[in-house]
Design a protein around this ligand. Structure first.
Ligand code: ZN
Length: 242
């Protein structure tokens, strides 16, 4: 299988459309969604419609997906996230919420484990932001590979004896004898100072992972966020990738 792994789309229609256009050239067999399909962006319903049409093989739940359906306590989310979740919850239909409810917190399939945040209590949605966080998840990992999102920063970590090393590369050939954690970054709201949408191609047979970046119409996504009455900061941050 060759998978396109999408995470943190966050209701950004322009970003997901640009990513799917790019994926056409990647000849993939299927999709994986690592969660936070909605929240922040102005187009949660169109994004859900797109996901329903591409039918990801696995759909993992993010904290925003859970916030919108009332499964997560949002009182400790920041003000912008809370405002976006409340706005999203109002405009989604019951059947769209049912779709979010169908997402799994964690999935193990053959040599890979999928989770939105961290393997340590997945329902708490902890972040993997550095090698220390990656160590905690790798210690709980039962498979060769772990794919995560949530931090909105793409990257690879490799187990190296007793420690974990971050690998500064966009393409990585996987070694059978080693274990890896892969962060897919964010389609709809990158935070690694690169405003382009991020996704990952995982080639099971070819044993490789690759982070791809795609420019999209940021201005259009920003205008919609402002017009929807969502916090303007959620629009501004897109152009800086933070
Ligand atoms: Zn997110």
């Amino acid at each position: 299988m060759r998978y396109a792994i999408l995470s943190d789309i966050h209701g950004n229609l322009e970003a997901i459309e640009a990513v799917l256009e790019s994926v056409r050239g990647d000849s993939v067999d299927g999709y994986i969604s690592l969660g936070d399909v909605v929240g922040y962006g102005a187009d949660p319903s169109p994004v859900i419609k797109i996901l329903q049409s591409i039918k990801p093989r696995f759909l993992i739940a993010g904290n925003h997906d859970w916030g919108v359906i009332g499964a997560a306590d949002i009182s400790d989310f920041n003000n912008f996230a809370q405002a976006a979740i409340e706005w999203t919850s109002k405009i989604l239909s019951d059947s769209e919420k049912k779709y979010l409810e169908s997402f799994e917190l964690k999935r193990v399939d053959r040599n890979m484990t999928l989770v939105h945040g961290s393997l340590e209590d997945p329902e708490r949605f902890n972040y993997v932001l550095d090698a220390g966080d990656a160590f905690i998840t790798m210690a709980l990992l039962q498979t060769q590979l772990c794919f995560v999102g949530h931090s909105h920063s793409p990257g690879f970590y490799r187990e190296d004896g007793e420690s974990i090393k971050k690998i500064e590369s966009a393409f990585l050939k996987l070694d059978l004898g080693q274990r890896y954690l892969v962060n897919a970054g964010s389609v709809g709201q990158p935070r690694d100072l690169d405003p382009r949408a991020s996704y990952v191609i995982y080639d099971e047979e070819g044993m490789s992972v690759e982070v791809k970046r795609v420019p999209y119409d940021i201005k259009k996504a920003q205008d919609k966020i402002i017009a929807a009455g969502l916090p303007p900061f959620l629009a501004y941050r897109l152009q800086d990738g933070q």
